[in-house]
Design a binder for this molecule. Sequence first.
Ligand SMILES: *Cc1c(COP(=O)(O)O)cnc(C)c1O
Length: 395
Amino acid sequence: MTVRAGREFLAIPGPTTMPDEVLRAMHRPAIDIYSDQMVDLSDSLLRDLSKLFATKGRVYIYIANGHGAWEAVLSNALSRGDKVLVLESGSFAIGWGNAARAMGAEVEVLKGDWCRAVRLHEVEARLRADKNHEIKAILVAQVDTASSVVNDIEAIGKAIKAADHPALYMVDTVASLGCMPFEMDKWGIDVAMSGSQKGLMTPPGLAFVAVNERAQAVNKTANMRTPYWSWAEREGIEHYRRYAGTAPVHLLFALRQAIDMLFSEGLENVIRRHQLLAEAVRRAVAVWSEGQVLGFNISEASERSNTVTAVVVGNGHDPMRLQHYCNEKCGVVLGIGIGDLQGKAFRIAHMGHTNAPMILGTLGVVEVGLNALQIPHGAGGTEAAIKYLGGSVHP
Ligand SMILES: *Cc1c(COP(=O)(O)O)cnc(C)c1O
């Protein structure tokens, strides 16, 4: 017996649930990629992506996923042998660093761990020790989707400034852009990258890179450049060159619709909605934790992200059994633990096109699963989430 007919709830941290309006926006014939309509569409998206990144710098759109955007950044801003400092807080900055190493950079990891955010004094101390300014770039993720930590990107920018270090500050916003505040120029970020399939509610396949003047100056002499990723190649007058080939027409229509929806809700509301729904999830997890088996992966409450929550499962209980139960019996797809958390955690995503019924439904189903599988947990987690929203979303 199952109770999974009806709409499946995708609670994985990407790709996320797409609005029906976004899906419909793609259901149309292709257009002439040389037409004014195409040029206008590109121009409007580049303008609006700059608003999302909060930068006066240039934005590039690639046909790629997040890994592609990583490579786009590295190939344009690094030269072989350059030293890169990776700020560890889970798996994603590490992955970006691994790409840099494979491309010929020298990579140093500022050791962190999977339970906490990057520590500011450690960043500042490491940069102060680099008297000859050998470090050319600093890589960090705003939200590490594997550990579910949120890093204080503004404060890290200040630490870099306090150390008076000239390295390019590069930030991965794949799991945060369009969900939480991000201020590229104000926070002193030189390069930011993101993808379409998480907070931006669009199919996987578009990657975004925003670049300030400092990064563009470095680009002039960077020797890892290749034609497809190259910023310079994408700056020709012919519109065609912006995509280094055929434009991803349908994905652009989808993105147009998704950004229209974000702006019509209002970015402030979008950010507030993410805060509220994330806190509802945390209230539930806090109650479940009283059973001594479940717990937050991120120990410090202020370092838990508003887009995804990793829940560790201890005492010999298997999170995959819970994941399978929720999916196969109830139609809720939870994220699994990856990297260090593989087999040790499940993840609840609360990013992008999410609302109260989706989150409360997901929490309710987790509780159904915990009961069915007899995994000890504090009673009343979903109830705590309901109470929190009732007390916070005012009439
Ligand atoms: C998902 C994710 C990526 C990788 O994106 P892909 O599209 O899967 O290549 C990179 N960084 C972060 C923080 C992510 O959450």
